[in-house]
Design a protein around this ligand. Sequence first.
Ligand SMILES: [Fe+2]
Length: 292
Amino acid sequence: MSDYNQSVLTDEVIKAFGNAPSERLQVLMQALAKHVHAFAQEVDLTPEEWMQGLQFLTKTGQISTERRPEFILLSDVMGLSMMVVSLAQARNSKSVEGATEATVEGPFYWPGAPEVALGGDIAEGVSGEPTYYTGSVTDVAGKPLAGALLDLWSGDGEGSYDVQLSPDPSMRARGKIRTDENGRYRFWSIRPTYYPIPDDGPVGDLMRATRRSINRPGHIHMMVSAEGHVPVTTHLFVANSPYLHEDAVFGKRDSLVVEFKEHPPGVAADGRELKTPYYTVDYDFRLAKAAE
Ligand SMILES: [Fe+2]
């Protein structure tokens, strides 16, 4: 029978996880135990703080639903999501070299967005400044990828996502677009604006208690995929958007910042007539070949 004093406790817990049949689970749990113990020791964690931490995690779970994944938000503001993205990029550095960089998925992805015809509007009836998005999807050598899929989602012109607007939302500003035979894509949406992350839950309380900014710079999300290639989950960020340099979830990457060119009212390149000013964006996505 061991005497679980502080000096042996950590080793005992690590040993206790030593029989996990999954080698990877063993590695994960032993390292987690080691670092959680080191954290408690470093800050000399009190029983009150320990309980407050557990209550915070409980609240994070209680507010979570399929459309409100508060733990993803917590991971995002801790920079853990971006760390995992960066680790994946480093791990696959050889195989994804030259490909479009990834960034956080965030809490607002909703699988099953409608297929929209090439050139269509994924944000019909959604408030915001009309924007025509064009570009191509290619491999890292620049060879066009026909039939590549862009699964797109964004907030509206006020920065709200559909899932935030009602407890029983319907999809908007989401759509799937496929590239044509030349690997080109085009679609209409709106120019996304900066927005505050959801702050009416425990993560919001944490951000206020630590005086952190809750804003994200304007961006549109996409998962880009093509057969035989490594898919990428990423954003395009609006150049000059407020908060570009203080993204609350640390997702901004220079290679993903694009200029949204403003145009006066008139006829756009695809013949659409605009009665208000509108924007155009052009961006080429590059995908790495998947391992055989
Ligand atoms: Fe977002």
